[in-house]
Write a protein that binds this ligand. Structure first.
Ligand SMILES: [Zn+2]
Length: 433
């Protein structure tokens, strides 16, 4: 950084010169900057998508990162006063903002983030990756120890006029009743259920409005011996046992949900499936682009994922705000943000984390701020120039430059940024005079 800044100062007036990155001050009067992009200025460094799958993956990664940062800006504009508005704007305590590198990719480090898993696409993605990884490990270890995991999906009928907050409260109350009391105790005892992890997620559709639904992963183990009476041992439940359990669950869910004002279809209200290698049977029937989708992702990534059939996930609504596809999208996203504020993303039943030796649960904010030990700190960025770059929407350009050319490109990019800021400052002082 130091070198870049010193060079920028030594060069003095940026004026309308073309920098190493192809910046041109197109119009002094209109005060427009044009970023010609690293590839245009320094040659075609990025392979076309058709050249190989690595280039394709890299392009997909860049696009996803740009979308996340853009969506974060949109969320901040829709939710004034919320933490997402401050996300990534100041350094964390005892650390400097800079660029770190992990697995060949660069990212901003040392900036304090909001940890809003429901509304901030940048934080949500980081937290979801960690939680999905933790769940995948937990499932694999439990299966390796001889246990099994079942996934439950609970839905309830609703109408377009139902408020999301009311629906969530009723669904939460229904689930609490389902998994407590004598019925739940007998259910747990007969399957050797040692604990569960559950979530709530929501989609929105034009015909029926908000559609909250819930998943739970049941960690089960001891089953009766199929032929020897009074002998229990760890084994995978048979298909018939899963079907029988599912039928009991459907009946119970219908009764419980009805007490909370839901009309529940016996057939579709509740489903129960065995998880094998981290995936439920219905996941295996997913489309090609969803082949990597397992139950860990279902519980942690569902709100974030953009495509969800014909329905909109919350972050698909955020994207729709930008494209004006759905006129009510901004209002709907605000409703969603209010309804989910303060709710936990995942609920672990008491004792399960200890049993699986997972340690204490990490808060959303700590998970979003977590620093990977395997990452390498590459460059410091002075906070004021970092904020200038972020304010003008150039963060992704900086990271792409870093991915393409490492430290040398980072230096050049920062030099360019200092030039632009100096030019801006002179323009404003002339205007003021
Ligand atoms: Zn954030």
């Amino acid at each position: 950084m130091g070198r870049g800044r010193d060079r920028a100062r030594a060069r003095g007036d940026a004026g309308s010169r073309v920098s190493a990155f192809g910046l041109v001050c197109v119009s002094r009067n209109a005060h427009v900057y044009l970023w010609l992009s690293v590839t245009q200025a320094l040659g075609p460094l990025t392979k076309s998508a058709s050249e190989d799958s690595a280039a394709l993956a890299s392009d997909a990664f860049k696009l996803a990162r740009r979308r996340r940062y853009k969506a974060q800006e949109t969320a901040a504009s829709l939710l004034p006063g919320e933490r997402v508005c401050l996300c990534g704007w100041r350094p964390t305590k005892d650390r400097q903002i800079g660029i770190s590198k992990r697995d060949g990719r660069h990212y901003i480090s040392g900036a304090a983030v909001c940890g809003s898993v429901w509304v901030c696409p940048v934080c949500a993605s980081k937290v979801a990756s960690q939680r999905a990884e933790e769940l995948r490990l937990a499932i694999a270890e439990w299966e390796a120890a001889g246990g099994s995991v079942l996934i439950v999906t609970l839905t309830a009928n609703h109408v377009a006029d139902d408020s999301l907050e009311g629906l969530l409260d009723r669904l939460t109350a229904s689930m609490r009743e389902l998994w407590a009391g004598g019925w739940a105790k007998r259910w747990r005892a007969s399957r050797g259920q040692v604990g569960m992890v559950r979530n709530i997620e929501v989609t929105w559709g034009i015909a029926n409005g908000w559609h909250p639904h819930a998943h739970a992963l049941l960690f089960v183990g001891r089953y009766d011996h199929p032929t020897i009476e009074n002998l229990c041992f760890y084994r995978t439940p048979t298909a018939d046992e899963v079907l029988e359990a599912e039928f009991k669950l459907k009946q119970r869910w219908q009764d419980v949900a009805a007490r909370h004002g839901f009309e529940v279809s016996l057939e579709r209200g509740a489903t129960l499936e065995l998880v094998v290698n981290g995936r439920a049977a219905s996941d295996y029937m997913a489309k090609d682009d969803e082949k990597t989708w397992g139950v860990a992702e279902e519980l942690t990534w569902a709100n974030i994922k953009v495509a969800r059939g014909t329905r909109f996930t919350p972050f698909a609504l955020l994207a729709a705000c930008e494209s004006s596809d759905v006129g009510a999208a901004p209002l709907l996203f605000q409703q969603y943000a209010n309804a989910f504020k303060g709710r936990r993303q995942l609920y672990w039943s008491r004792g399960l984390r200890d049993l699986l030796q997972l340690g204490g649960e990490v808060s959303d904010e700590d998970a979003a701020n977590a620093q990977d030990d395997s990452s390498e700190f590459v460059a410091v960025i002075e906070t004021s120039i970092y904020c200038w770059i972020k304010a003008r929407g150039f963060l992704c350009d900086l990271l792409e430059a870093a991915d393409e050319g490492g430290g040398e490109y980072i230096d050049s990019f920062l030099e360019w940024a200092y030039d632009c800021r100096a030019f801006e400052a002179r323009r404003y002082s002339k205007m003021a005079a």
